[in-house]
Write a protein that binds this ligand. Structure first.
Ligand code: GCU
Length: 710
C-alpha cells in the first residue's frame, strides 16, 4: 500500500523514556515473565525483516495507557531484536512504528483516512503497514488508548510467534465486551481454591505499590482482560473479612491498585457482602426495600467513585453457602440486585450477581439455580448481570452446560469459568482446560433456534443484551511462576484469549502460547501442544468416568483433590447393580426438562445421550453397553488404566525435550509430571477397585483389581 503523504512536523511529543520494568531484576527463567518473556529471535531472515520495521517508535500522545504501550514496545523490541528503538517526534528513517488512538493522532488520521470505519468496538485495533515516500511505517491504532495497547501486545506477539510483519492489514475486535478475572483472594492473604501460594495483593502494605502489581496488570492487558474483581466472593463466612473492602481505609488501598490497573486498561471491581449495611453501617437491617439501606448503598457507592472514578462495580454471592442475601427478608434475588444496581447506575457501574445458589437438600442440586432464577426473568435492571457457572454442579471435569444459559433472554448473562483447578488436579496435575471451555462456548442451547450457542448468549449477540461477557476464577498467587504449575499458565492465557475471541480454536490458542513461551522450535511446539491438548481428557479418564462427577474428597486440608468415591454416594448413586444419577423425565429428577426441547429429548433418551454424560443423566446397570460397544464397567476400568498410562507417556515425552527447554523449567515440570503420575495411579486404583467391589465384575483383560479395599 503506497500513500503519498507529506509528514507534518511538530505534532509529536518527545517522551522521556523511563523504563521501570520490575521483572528485569528477577532471575531469568523461573516463569515469572509469563508469556511476555520476549526471547531473542533466532531466525536470521526474520530478524532482518523485523529490524527493518522496528527502528523507531513515534508516539502521538502522552497518557498513562499509551505510555504503557510504548514501554512494552520498547521492552519487547529490545529483548527480541537486540537493540533499543529510537523514540522520536518525527520520522527519521524508514521503519517507524506509529502508535496512538485514532482520534487523538492527526498524523494517523492523515495516513489512514476514515480508518475508524473499519473498527466496530472501542477495544478493536488495527495494525497496518504503509509505505510513504519510500519509507516503511507500521501504524498501530484504535478508537481508544486501550485498543492501541492491545494492538501493541498483538504486534509483539507476531514477533514472538515468528510471523511476518511485512504488508500487514490486521484488524482485531473483541467478541465479548466484559472480559473479567475473578480473584478468590481474602484480605488475610489466603486464597480460596488457590494453589499457587498466597494472594498477590498485600493489603497490610497497600496503598504502597509493589512491582508485581504492575507486571500482573501487564499480563492481564496482554490477553485483553479489561476488569479484575480483586477479592473472594465469600466475604464473611468462616471469619473471612472481604466485607472490609467497603471501609474508608480499604477504599484508599483500592484506589492505589486501581491506578495501576488503569494504566493497563483494567477496571477494578470488588466482591461485597449483601449485609454490609448491617456489618459496616451498623443499621438494623439489610432489607433491600428499607429506605435507610437504599440510602446507605448510595452513599457508599458515591464514596467509592469519588476515589476511583472508573470503578467497575460489585460482584455479589448472596443466599449461597453462608453468604447472606435478600431471602432473609423474603425478597427475591432481583429485589436485592436491583437495589444495589440503582446505586451504581449514575456512575456507569455494574452489579454482577452470581447464580451459584443451592441448598434445598431434598432437591437435585443441578436443578436448583434454574428454579430460583427463572422466576426473576425480566425483573433485573439494565446494569445487572447474572454470572452463571459453566455447569449446574460445580466446575467438574465434565458436566453439561448450565440450563440457565439462554433461558432468560431479557436478562444480561455472563459465563463464569474456573481457571484455578479446584476439581481438576490443583497445581499438581496438568489439565489444560481450553478444549473444555471451547465445548462449553460452542454448545448449542437451541433456545432461539439452531445456532443459539453459549458464546452467542454471553456475548450478547443472540438476545442483544447490553452487558455480557466472560469471567474466570483466576489461578495466580505469590509463587515465583504465578500459577504453581508452570504449564498452568497456558490456562491463564487460554482463558484470556477465549474471552477476547471465543471463535479461536484450541489449537490456535495452544500454538500461540507454546511459541510465545518456549519459542518456535518445531519439536517443542508439536510435543508440548500435544501434551496440553490431550491433558483434559487424560485427567477425565483417570478420575471421573462418563460424566459421573464429584468423586473427590469433600473436605479436609486438601479438598476436592483425592479420590473419595465412598463418600460421594449422593452424587454418583452407585450400588451393587449400577451407577449414575437419574435425571430423566420419567423416572428421575426431571432436570432434563430445564433444557430446550431438542436438548432435553437428546439427554433424556439413553440412546441419544452422549456417552461422556451418560452417568450425569441416567442410572444404568454396569453391563449397559455404550456406543463404543463396551460395557459401562469395562469402560470405567479401561479409561482409568489408559489415563494413568498416558500420564506416564507424557512424562517420557517431556523428558525427551530436556535439551530444548530451560533447565529450571524442565526440572520443575518433570517434577510435577512425576507427582501427577503417582496421583493418577492412586485415582486409577481407587476408582477401579471401588467399582469392582461394588459390581463384582472383573476387568475383561484380566488386570488385577483389589477386593475389599474399603
Ligand atoms: C465451590 C467452591 C467454593 C466456592 C464456591 C463458589 O463450592 O468449592 O470454595 O466458594 O464454589 O463458587 O461460590
Amino acid at each position: 500500500m503506497k500513500i503519498k503523504t507529506i509528514f507534518s512536523t511538530g505534532i509529536f511529543l518527545i517522551i522521556p523514556i523511563i523504563l521501570m520494568f520490575s521483572y528485569v531484576n528477577i532471575s531469568a527463567e523461573n516463569g515469572y515473565k509469563f508469556w511476555l518473556n520476549y526471547k531473542k529471535i533466532k531466525n536470521e531472515r526474520l530478524l532482518e525483516e523485523y529490524r527493518n520495521y522496528c527502528k523507531e517508535i513515534i508516539v502521538a500522545e502522552d497518557n498513562e495507557i499509551i505510555n504503557s504501550a510504548r514501554n512494552e514496545l520498547v521492552l519487547g523490541i529490545s529483548c527480541m531484536l537486540g537493540f533499543k528503538p529510537d523514540l522520536t517526534n518525527d520520522t527519521v528513517s524508514s521503519g517507524s512504528i506509529l502508535i496512538g488512538s485514532y482520534l487523538n493522532s492527526p498524523l494517523i488520521e492523515k495516513l489512514l483516512p476514515n480508518f475508524e470505519t473499519n473498527l466496530k468496538s472501542f477495544d478493536g485495533y488495527g495494525i497496518i503497514s504503509l509505505e510513504v515516500n519510500d519509507k516503511l511505517y507500521t501504524v498501530i491504532t484504535g478508537k481508544t488508548d486501550q485498543a492501541v495497547l492491545y494492538g501493541v501486545f498483538n504486534f509483539l506477539k507476531l514477533l514472538q510467534t515468528n510471523q511476518s510483519i511485512d504488508k500487514l492489514f490486521l484488524i482485531d475486535e473483541p467478541v465479548n465486551k466484559l472480559r473479567l478475572v475473578n480473584h478468590w483472594d481474602n484480605p488475610s492473604g489466603t486464597i480460596e481454591r488457590g494453589y499457587a501460594g498466597r494472594s498477590i495483593f498485600h493489603w497490610d502494605k497497600l496503598p504502597t505499590i509493589e512491582p508485581r502489581y504492575i507486571d500482573y496488570a501487564r499480563m492481564l492487558a496482554s490477553m485483553g482482560i479489561n476488569g479484575c474483581v480483586i477479592n473472594n466472593v465469600n466475604t464473611v463466612k468462616h471469619n473471612l473479612t472481604g466485607w472490609k473492602l467497603l471501609t474508608p481505609e480499604y477504599i484508599q488501598k483500592m484506589k492505589s491498585l486501581a491506578k495501576i490497573f488503569r494504566s493497563y486498561g483494567v477496571k477494578l471491581y470488588i466482591s461485597v457482602n449483601f449485609f454490609s449495611p448491617v456489618i459496616i453501617g451498623k443499621l438494623n437491617s439489610a432489607d433491600p426495600f428499607d429506605p435507610s439501606v437504599i440510602q446507605w448503598w448510595k452513599v457508599k457507592v458515591n464514596e467509592i467513585y469519588s476515589q476511583i472514578p472508573d470503578f467497575g462495580g460489585f460482584l455479589v454471592k448472596a443466599d449461597s453457602e453462608g453468604e447472606p442475601g435478600p431471602m432473609k427478608y423474603s425478597r427475591t434475588h432481583a429485589d436485592g440486585a436491583n437495589m444495589m444496581a440503582e446505586a451504581l447506575k449514575p456512575h456507569g457501574g455494574l452489579l454482577i450477581w452470581r447464580a451459584f445458589v443451592y441448598g434445598h437438600n431434598d432437591m437435585d442440586r443441578a436443578a436448583q439455580a434454574y428454579e430460583v432464577f427463572k422466576h426473576d426473568e425480566g425483573k433485573f435492571s439494565e446494569n445487572v448481570i447474572i454470572q452463571i457457572k459453566n455447569g449446574p454442579i460445580d466446575f467438574q471435569v465434565r458436566e453439561p452446560v448450565s440450563p440457565l444459559f439462554g433461558a432468560m433472554p431479557l436478562t444480561n448473562q455472563m459465563l463464569e469459568l474456573q481457571i484455578t483447578q479446584e476439581y481438576t488436579g490443583h497445581s499438581t496435575h496438568l489439565c489444560y482446560l481450553v478444549p473444555q471451555w471451547k465445548e462449553i462456548l460452542d454448545f448449542d442451547t437451541y433456545l432461539n433456534g439452531k445456532g443459539s450457542t453459549v458464546n452467542k448468549i454471553v456475548s450478547g449477540q443472540l438476545f442483544n443484551n447490553s452487558h455480557t461477557g466472560i469471567a474466570g476464577v483466576i489461578n495466580v498467587g505469590s509463587d515465583s511462576n504465578w500459577t504453581g504449575h508452570f504449564l498452568a499458565q497456558a490456562n491463564t492465557f487460554g482463558f484470556g484469549r477465549l474471552s477476547w475471541n471465543p471463535y479461536l480454536t484450541s489449537e490456535q490458542i495452544t500454538d500461540e502460547w507454546v511459541k510465545m513461551t518456549f519459542g518456535s522450535d518445531k519439536e517443542v511446539v508439536d510435543l508440548v501442544s500435544n501434551i496440553l491438548l490431550e491433558s483434559w481428557l487424560t485427567y477425565e479418564n483417570y478420575t471421573s468416568p462418563l460424566g459421573v462427577g464429584m468423586l473427590s474428597n469433600g473436605s479436609g486440608d486438601i479438598s476436592h483433590y483425592y479420590p473419595a468415591p465412598e463418600k460421594r454416594q449422593k452424587f454418583h448413586h452407585a450400588d451393587k447393580f449400577g451407577v449414575g444419577y437419574d435425571r430423566t423425565e420419567e423416572t428421575g429428577t426431571g432436570f432434563v426438562n430445564q433444557y430446550s426441547k431438542t436438548n432435553s429429548e437428546m439427554y433424556n433418551n439413553i440412546d441419544t445421550c452422549p456417552d461422556e454424560l451418560l452417568l450425569f443423566f441416567h442410572h444404568v446397570p454396569y453391563t449397559h453397553k455404550l456406543k463404543s460397544g463396551k460395557t459401562v464397567i469395562q469402560h470405567i476400568y479401561e479409561s482409568h488404566f489408559d489415563g494413568a498410562e498416558r500420564v506416564f507417556e507424557m512424562k517420557k515425552e517431556w523428558i525427551s525435550l530436556s535439551d530444548k527447554i530451560d533447565i529450571e523449567i524442565h526440572k520443575h515440570v518433570l517434577n510435577k509430571l512425576e507427582q501427577q503420575y503417582e496421583q493418577a495411579c492412586l485415582w486409577r486404583d481407587t476408582i477401579n477397585n471401588f467399582f469392582f467391589n461394588l459390581s463384582g465384575i472383573p476387568d475383561d483383560q484380566g488386570r488385577l483389581l483389589k477386593n475389599n479395599n474399603f
